[in-house]
Design a protein around this ligand. Structure first.
Ligand code: SF4
Ligand code: SF4
Length: 504
């Protein structure tokens, strides 16, 4: 039971924000637990004023869940902190049916077999020396295939988040926060997308801040919307499969390439409607007439000097910002640093656009070498629209990353090293919530999986803190015996349906 010392409580709401079950509320600046509190202890650990204590007495009327080390005391009809297990009369039961269907189908041809079931709804084998909750065998085209499933707590987990945007969201290495707590960092920028790395073993075990880290990983892996703040950078609203919202603005298009690539792809069409083009891009700004692609379509250098620092022919580096193409340029006129009138001529037309073609302007060179915005015409709009139509829609993609090494292997095999080796040798197909996992080379079983292919709402977290992912290992029965599998626990699909109370 949880006891709150009202005289010490300041009503700061920190416990409310961290409770996984919405089981605590603040009224008149004092915290009170609700009837679904399971004594998971998170609020005890996060309260900065030591106003909450866990009372280990008075638990006789509750069932204690023993499926993870937290040991929630669950009131009748309620769930534990992880939301997976429920007190149901006299027993603690998994409250989600085993998901048999929902297996991503692309591996069958390559491997000759695919998972028989998913791990979603299977429950765990905690403590890990117990065999996995479901080890099922089926004959597939004359071959006995075994799938072993478990919902494994993975302390060594996180997400990599790809955000399709040109906008500068913050510097690489900048901390990413949720509700003021560090949950990860901006890592890299890869092919026009910003990458975040959130979670990981160190942040998950970072004292009492690990709860919000676990919650963030699971929210993103379950395709829920999450608001994050990059230190000295942007506010991001992110949801798997949806356009990112950056500083309140929804992103529309993923760029077609850098400014140089855009020149390379559309040099011919641009050269037919203008004398010069500047493609603004925070990474590489392209200048049509000077670029090799410009030469290829018959242009010679126009004398226009674009904003930026020259890198190579027709390629310039800009500066990050919130302007056109993710540069600091807010007014297209500023994209022209100067015009060399020994080469240029008055009346020359310059297209200024972005790699997504979302913003565009037409400038005209004046007698004194200045430029004037003269407005777009139909012909030029067609070219700009062509660039836009080549772009994909911006999206947020979440890759769940974890490791099932260590004790998580013991529920699968009595010879854990052999399981690792068999996975690396492609003798065991590893899937996560039904989706194919990419297993990283080297030691351990570190994997990455596209959450867009996983069974929806398939991950959860426990207040150790760790995330919980359903994992399936599929192989021939022969291989399962070779790697020291729990042979005595292999069941037929019929037995499985009975054990998990599924209709067939
Ligand atoms: S965290 Fe502590 S002080 Fe803050 S509202 Fe909760 S019980 Fe009160
Ligand atoms: S003990 Fe756990 S479930 Fe209960 S109020 Fe605190 S955080 Fe919520």
């Amino acid at each position: 039971m949880i006891h709150i010392y009202l005289d010490k409580c300041k009503g700061c709401n920190i416990c409310v924000k961290n409770c996984p079950l919405d089981a605590i509320e603040v009224k008149n600046k004092k915290a009170y637990t609700k009837d679904n509190c399971v004594s998971c202890g998170i609020c005890v650990r996060v309260c900065p004023f030591k106003a909450i204590e866990k009372d280990t007495l008075n638990t006789q009327n509750y069932l204690i869940c023993k499926n993870c080390p937290v040991n929630c005391t669950i009131p009748e009809g309620k769930t534990g902190a992880c939301t997976r297990y429920q007190s149901n009369g006299n027993e603690i039961i998994r409250n989600r049916k085993l998901v048999v269907e929902g297996v991503y189908k692309s591996n069958k041809e390559k491997l000759g077999f695919e998972p028989i079931i998913t791990g979603v709804g299977s429950g765990t084998s905690y403590p890990c020396c117990r065999p996995a909750p479901a080890i099922v065998q089926e004959n597939v085209d004359g071959v006995d295939v075994v799938t072993v499933v478990t919902e494994a707590p993975l302390s060594y987990s996180g997400v990599k988040v790809k955000i399709d945007t040109n906008m500068h969201i913050g510097d690489e290495g900048a901390k990413v926060k949720r509700d003021g707590k560090i949950v990860g960092m901006v890592t890299t920028e890869e092919y026009g997308s910003k990458m975040l790395t959130l979670g990981g073993a160190n942040l998950l075990s970072n004292g009492n801040d690990g709860f919000i880290v676990a919650k963030t990983i699971v929210d993103l892996a379950n395709s829920r919307r999450v608001t994050l703040k990059v230190e000295s950078g942007s506010t991001l609203e992110l949801q798997q499969g949806h356009p990112p919202i950056i500083d309140g603005k929804k992103e529309k298009l993923m760029r077609v390439g850098c400014g140089s690539a855009t020149v390379g792809m559309f040099a011919r069409q641009m050269s037919e409607v203008v004398d010069e083009a500047i493609i603004l891009d925070y990474h590489v700004i392209g200048l049509l007439s000077e670029h090799f692609a410009g030469e290829e379509v018959g242009l010679t250098y126009s004398g226009v000097v674009p904003y930026g620092v020259k890198s190579t022919r027709g390629r310039y580096f800009g500066k990050h910002g919130h302007g056109w193409g993710g540069t600091e340029i807010m007014d297209p006129i500023d994209s022209v640093a100067e015009v060399d009138m020994k080469l240029a001529r008055p009346g020359m037309k310059i297209l200024v656009t972005e790699t997504t073609g979302q913003k565009a302007a037409l400038l005209e060179v004046q007698h004194d070498g200045s430029v004037k915005d003269i407005g777009l015409n139909e012909q030029i709009l067609e070219v700009v629209n062509l660039i836009s139509s080549t772009c994909e829609e911006s999206s947020v993609s979440v890759i769940y990353t974890g490791g099932t090494g260590g004790s998580a292997r013991a529920g699968v095999s009595t010879l854990p090293r052999k399981l690792t080796d068999a996975i690396h040798n492609d003798e065991v197909l590893m899937t996560v919530a039904g989706a194919p996992a990419f297993v990283l080379p080297g030691g351990g079983i570190n994997f990455m999986v596209d959450v867009g292919k996983m069974v929806p709402e398939s991950t959860t977290w426990v207040p150790t803190p760790a995330t919980v992912a359903p994992v399936e290992y599929t192989m021939t029965r022969k291989k399962y015996e070779e790697i020291g599998g729990h042979k005595a626990q292999i069941m037929t699909k019929e037995d499985l349906y009975k054990k998990f109370k599924l209709g067939n």
